[in-house]
Design a binder for this molecule. Sequence first.
Ligand code: GRF
Length: 236
Amino acid sequence: MSGARIAVLASGTGTNLQSLLAHFAEHGESHPSAGHVALVASDRRGAGALERAARAGIPISVVRSPRAPDAPPLAEVLDAHRIDLVVLAGFLTLVPGDVTRAFAGRIVNVHPAPLPRFGGSGMYGLRVHRAVLASGEPRSGPTVHFVDDVYDRGPAIAHWPVPLLAGDDDHALAARVLRAEHLLYPRVVAALAAHRVRLHADGRVSGQFAGRELPRFDPALPDSVLAHRLDEALAR
Ligand code: GRF
């Protein structure tokens, strides 16, 4: 296998990990330079994401965190697996500064709401969606951004607006935003792996997603149609 060696970091069930694996399995052969998932690491023993990875035959590791104080530090594990690109997918531990500095422009996260308004320490899980519902905003949607040493602060790469619907509760909104994440995140990661997205020293982001209008996220459409429209918009 060739291309970027990608590490996915996850604390939870890892549905984003699953969507990344599915995307790379489907498109990897036609674009081998896009890279592959070479490691899945978690700050939590027993995270569902580790089980998913093990089932897929991908190397797994637990890394040091308040929940796993005796595990090896993240920097050491990334180094041992010769990782080029770090992808956070529901990773709840703050990434240490040595890692964010070493991987500047090569470490990304997906957040399930617009940033910076609905992000920051403690803004994860259903709390994010409750805050959006309470704000009266008509839209939410995932934001993919570069990671620095402050939660949810790094420069944004892509945001896909997702409408709120009448009668929404936190669970319904979370599920709708997660659908959009599963479509958007693998495409951003593939673009990064293929050097089609760049972070500049002044914090500017250029490349495939910069200034590009994404197709409307219509929740009534099947994923296959949304994926096709997204690919068409990105190919323009
Ligand atoms: C997603 O909502 C993502 O936006 C956030 O954490 C959640 C991870 O979900 N950063 P999963 O473990 O990928 O299902």
